[in-house]
Design a protein around this ligand. Structure first.
Ligand code: PEP
Ligand code: MG
Length: 589
């Protein structure tokens, strides 16, 4: 963090999505919850402090009751969890003991609540009963809710914000980010978050400048402070000096001009200088993104992340609901192809209503296909909707997070069950669709040749492949420096996957964010990759680079790159070789 004499503060974080915005800060946070200070309370004021605590509990409880009322009554276990929370608000251990602590220790309510909830948490964790241990999370959530009323930082619904502001938050979930109303919110910054996290992917597709992983944003910004968000370089400037403001206004204008220029050319074909045709497809999360994908020049939908339909609902969608959404998409895209990926929830895309078991490491837990194989009815419902929509268009089916052969065999067995059900129900469907797996777990790379015997195509998911091979959490800013696509280990895995696909004669696509960064394209094309799917906003810039690229040179250069041992050497070498065609620094002084 850098503070100038005039009070301008500059904090560097991680680029979430490119672009610049300037505007007033709007803090959306419950971070106060984590910054609790202890202060003594005068004897005479103890009853008032207890009353303040009781009021906070009452407000939190009323709020919670409203949530329960608004839900579907057939939520089963999920509803039970929420009802358990209702009881916990007045639980003796939490409620009673907090009041006792305020009066006995004569401390503020926040401190007392924090102390008691920690004690209860420790106690539960020591009990040798997994059910009770799992209840720890309920206690934490209830106490956080009360705390947010105590510190005056109630949850603000992102979709309710109706000012032209820049959001400052401790963290935004992918679901929060997808609620952003473009015409209202200029950009956002967060303390947490890492490169290629789902929050950053959504920000890119919304084309909203963002900086993540700032660590100190919520602690340094006050509501209504003037902010400059430079999403391209990953910088936040608070209360800028006049000179800085002028400089960034100019940069903002130049960036917009550069982007508009790229977009004017986005309809041109992705043909290299030596005439090789490459396929640039779009990754989308919502059907509504198709129009933008086409405008940016995407030929097909190379990855439809279906989980967002589930995250928006408060229950699992029915087969017909899914079918009608998929149909909308297919109608917009036909005759071009749509690759529908089955549900990839948990990890960082969690729906609170689906969360029945706490996991210490959700990214390594019951995520994606693992969740689907455990919850066969949910999986079959989705597979049936996909097979049915395949009767109307050009559909490919993609399975995420496959880590071994057994899983794909099991998936095929479940598919057969779905097919039998559809036959039995006399429904129109098409089972002859290409089946692919995401290659995003290192073990899948290692057994890619075997996997290829079971499927029609691979789709390399570098977002997770980098996370899992480098052992870095995609969401953790503190390890974001290790998240580098051009790491030799990552490049070797891509090459191994390419070799396996080629040897077995199956198709290969890359759909991770790595493909959306023009700097990586020469290396990938040099390795032989021809099909890329990316955030559609990245397509114009990638296309421009492809139109200037010579594949013969790329193949020669990649041979040398594969012998280099570090990211630094690789990027320096690539930069030197391709400096003429790499995107000029749009924001250079
Ligand atoms: C990936 O992991 O690269 C990918 C495309 O999937 P997601 O970002 O949805 O995990
Ligand atoms: Mg993934």
């Amino acid at each position: 963090m850098n503070i100038s004499k005039s009070g301008q503060i500059t904090i560097n974080g991680i680029s979430g999505s490119p672009g610049i915005c300037i505007g007033k800060a709007y803090i959306v946070d419950r971070e106060g919850v984590n910054l609790i200070k202890r202060y003594p309370v005068n004897d005479a004021l103890v009853p008032k402090e207890i009353d303040r605590f009781k009021q906070a509990v009452l407000k939190a409880k009323n709020d919670h009751a409203k949530v329960i009322d608004s839900l579907d009554k057939d939520l089963g276990e999920n509803l039970n969890i929420l009802e358990t929370h209702m009881v916990l608000f007045k639980d003796k251990m939490l409620y009673g003991k907090t009041i006792d602590t305020i009066s006995e220790e004569k401390v503020n309510a926040e401190w007392a609540l924090r102390k008691v909830s920690r004690e209860v948490k420790t106690m539960f964790q020591q009990i040798d009963d997994t059910y009770l241990q799992a209840r720890v999370n309920d206690i934490v959530q209830v106490s956080d809710k009360i705390m947010s009323y105590l510190v005056g930082a109630q949850d603000i619904k992102i979709s309710d914000i109706n000012k032209r502001v820049i959001i400052v938050a401790h963290d935004l979930s992918p679901a929060d980010a997808s609620q952003i109303q473009l015409e209202r919110i200029k950009g956002f910054v967060t303390d947490r978050g890492g490169k290629d996290s789902h929050t950053s992917i959504i920000a890119k597709s919304l084309r909203i400048p963002s900086v993540l992983g700032l660590g100190l944003a919520t602690a340094s910004v006050r509501n209504d402070d003037i902010l400059i968000v430079d999403g391209s370089s990953g910088t936040l400037i608070i209360n800028p000096e006049e000179d800085t403001l002028f400089k960034y206004e100019d940069r903002m204008a130049r960036f917009e001009e550069y982007r508009a220029g790229l977009e004017r050319e986005s309809h041109l074909p992705a043909i290299t200088k030596d005439g090789i045709h490459l396929n640039l497809m779009a990754n989308i999360e919502l059907v509504e993104e198709v129009v933008a994908a086409k405008d940016y020049g995407a030929t097909d939908i190379g990855l439809f992340r279906t989980e967002f339909l589930y995250l928006d609902l408060k229950r699992f969608p029915t087969e017909d609901e899914l079918l009608s959404k998929y149909k909308e998409l297919v109608e917009l895209m036909t005759p071009q192809s749509v690759t529908i990926r089955t549900l990839d929830i948990n990890g960082d895309k969690v729906n609170p209503y689906l969360k029945t078991h706490e996991e210490a490491n959700p990214s390594l837990g019951l995520r994606a296909v693992r969740f689907c194989l455990e919850n066969e009815d949910i999986f079959i419902t989705q597979l049936k909707a996909i097979l049915r929509v395949a009767a109307f268009g050009n559909i490919k089916l993609l399975i995420p997070m496959i880590s071994c052969i057994e899983e794909i065999i099991q998936v095929k067995q479940v598919m057969n069950k779905a097919i039998l059900e559809l036959e039995h129900e006399d429904k129109i469907f098409n089972k002859d669709i290409p089946l692919g797996v995401m290659i995003e777990v290192p073990s899948a790379v290692m057994v890619a040749e075997h996997l290829a015997d079971h499927v029609d195509f691979f789709s390399i998911g570098t977002n997770d492949l980098i996370q899992y091979s480098m052992a870095i959490d995609r969401q953790n800013r503190r390890v974001a420096h290790l998240y580098q696509a051009l790491n030799p280990a990552v490049l070797k895995m891509i090459k191994m996957t390419y070799d396996a696909a080629k040897k077995k004669g199956i198709d290969l696509v890359m759909c991770g964010e790595m493909a959306g960064d023009p700097m990586n394209i020469p290396v990938l094309v040099g390795m032989g990759l021809t099909d890329f799917s990316m955030n559609s906003a990245s397509i114009p810039e990638v296309k421009k680079l492809i139109r200037n690229l010579d594949t013969k040179k790329a193949k020669k250069i990649v041979k040398k790159i594969m012998t280099l041992s570090s990211v630094q050497e690789i990027s320096d070498f690539a930069l030197e070789e391709y400096k003429e065609i790499f995107p000029f620094d749009k924001l250079a002084e």
